[in-house]
Write a protein that binds this ligand. Structure first.
Ligand code: ZN
Ligand code: ZN
Length: 355
């Protein structure tokens, strides 16, 4: 954590002497602390300001930080101000995209002679590149997720509802050590498959359905993400063609990922294959996003993202085709970018599995 604090202190926007972190993932990233409160980081300052409920937890989780407990009725901002004054800090970078207008006004009121500037995405940019510990957590979370998919292939039977399938996924992963679920598990069968973010329903799966399952385990706070689409019995030639197209797009995109490639180019490779097969307009989301302490992080494989891919990034590759009235297919892997390509963290089979 010390290296992360030093890196953050070195990457503050010009003029800023300290960072005030309010978002849980950024606080966790620099300190290890997972409770409520705020953190201050500067060249010579590593402080967490919290309340009685979390003091001991903060001391245990963030040994590199000094922990300050607010007195009853006192505000976090007042304690932070005293710490800044002691260090003669006059320019403070804050998380503009996280603070509410009310938070911001409170801060300004508590520290009238401190100028507040935007931290921009300085902590997030550090988080783009995962270190060895983070890669280990992400590999474990994604392996557990892949294992769960293997289990689901023998679990699913005709007549089960999407909800029953989703519950089995969640319980199976949590029984084996997942700290929760990366996001609300998606199970979409038959015609529901055309909804990219379908909520599992009481629809019973039946022969001829494609079933899309999108889910992830959480290990050490790190989020896995995997999607597979399976067939229940024989599916229509149209569904098989959709599957084949998505798989070709997914494999071509994986093949193209290496350090230096611009994110939008990877998105374009998958999109060209899907559009070229006659599904233009049916792949209405980005090809992928980074994952880490949050399920959706930057950079991502989208049409807008001009960032180059770099070793240590963990990104998803998840093309899909969604046709209302017919159904949908999505195939998603989480991959770690290496020096010369990718390491796939979700080894579950991608051939169309017929249950
Ligand atoms: Zn997913
Ligand atoms: Zn995803």
């Amino acid at each position: 954590m010390n290296a992360r604090c030093a890196a953050l202190a070195a990457s503050l926007p010009s003029g800023a002497q300290a960072a005030l972190l309010s978002s849980a993932p950024n606080i966790r990233y620099v300190s290890g602390y997972t409770g409520e409160g705020i953190a201050l980081v500067a060249q010579n300052l590593r402080a967490i300001v919290t309340d009685f409920r979390y003091t001991e937890q903060a001391q245990r989780q963030a040994p590199g930080f000094e922990v300050f407990e607010i007195a009853s009725g006192e505000r976090h901002e007042a304690v932070a101000y005293r710490l800044l004054q002691a260090e003669n800090i006059r320019t403070l970078a804050v998380e503009e995209d996280v603070l509410t207008v009310a938070n911001y006004r409170e801060l300004q009121k508590a520290m009238p002679d401190v100028s507040l500037v935007s931290l921009q995405d300085a902590p997030q940019r550090l988080r783009w590149i995962k270190d060895a510990d983070e890669l280990d957590m992400l590999a474990r979370a994604n392996k557990l997720t892949s294992d769960c998919f293997e289990h689901m292939c023998s679990f699913i039977r005709e007549g089960m509802t999407e909800r029953e399938i989703a519950l089995e996924i969640d319980f199976w992963m949590m029984r084996r050590g997942s700290e929760g679920v990366s996001f609300e598990t998606i199970v979409a069968s038959g015609e529901n498959g055309s909804l990219c973010h379908a909520i599992p329903s009481d629809r019973k799966v039946r022969s001829g359905d494609l079933i899309t399952m999108d889910f992830g385990a959480v290990v050490g706070g790190y989020h896995a993400d995997l999607t597979r689409t399976v067939a229940l019995g024989a599916v229509s030639p149209e569904c098989a063609r959709m599957y084949d197209t998505v798989l070709r797009a997914q494999l071509a995109a994986l093949e193209a990922i290496r350090p230096g490639v611009v994110c939008s180019e990877v998105d374009a490779i998958a999109r060209r294959i899907i559009d070229g097969a006659g599904y233009e307009g049916r792949f209405g989301h980005s090809l992928g996003h980074s994952t880490g302490l949050e399920i959706h992080e930057n950079p991502g494989f989208s049409r807008r993202c001009q960032e180059p891919v770099a070793p240590g990034m963990v990104i998803t590759v998840e093309p899909g085709i969604y046709v209302p009235g017919v159904g949908g297919v999505r195939i998603e892997d989480s991959v770690a970018v290496t020096q010369d390509g990718v390491r796939i963290l979700t080894p579950a089979s991608k051939e169309l599995i017929t249950l």
